[in-house]
Design a protein. Sequence first.
Lengths: 101, 136
Amino acid sequence: MSTLHTVNKSPYEKSSVGSCLAHVNSGSAILFYEDAVYATIKGASIEQLVTGTEGVKLYALGADLKARGITDDKLIDGVEIVDYAGFVDLAAEHDRVQAWV
Amino acid sequence: MSEDIKKFMYLNRRAPHGTIYAWESLEVVLIGAAFDQDVSLAFFDDGVYQLLKSQDTSGIETKNFSPTYSALGDYDVTKLYVEQESLEERGLTLDDLMDLKWEDEDDDWAEKDSIRLVSRAELTDIIEQQDIVFSF
């Protein structure tokens, strides 16, 4: 029973990313898209929070990274980039989608 | 005339593509530049993301307005204050930002940096020196 969590707000402006990370179980996944992709930049103050969840897969939407100038070398290790079709696949693979809007 | 010149500062605190704030700010700055005032911009909190290099919005089908920041110098908007602490909190450095320049006509058109890195305390003081502050 796994959940795909989707987050689209900047972690520095809204509590969505923080609350999502606090409500995620091992075996689930988080997809960061739109302004939430800023949470996947390494060396940031929230990096430990983002990587602190054991057994949770982290994904980021490629088009949103590219739009914001976040190149691959800036990403936290282990964050996997997906495209829109990958977003759909993730939604289909998990038992439910929980959106943190 | 000179006593009519006011210090205008635009505060940019939002990330560029998720909402319209950043683009709207840029539009207002360009319109305001026509009025011969002393204009400066501040980038802090998520606003520092507006100046990141290599933004390419082709995949999200929105206008990429980031190249427009490099045109600000031509409108005599030459003071872009960027807060150091906001960059650091976000895992960024000055090298991650666009290399924005302006040409100083009083100095044989020498190319100068538009971005001025300032501390949170310095930015606070700079804002306090303004006549008019616009928030985006």
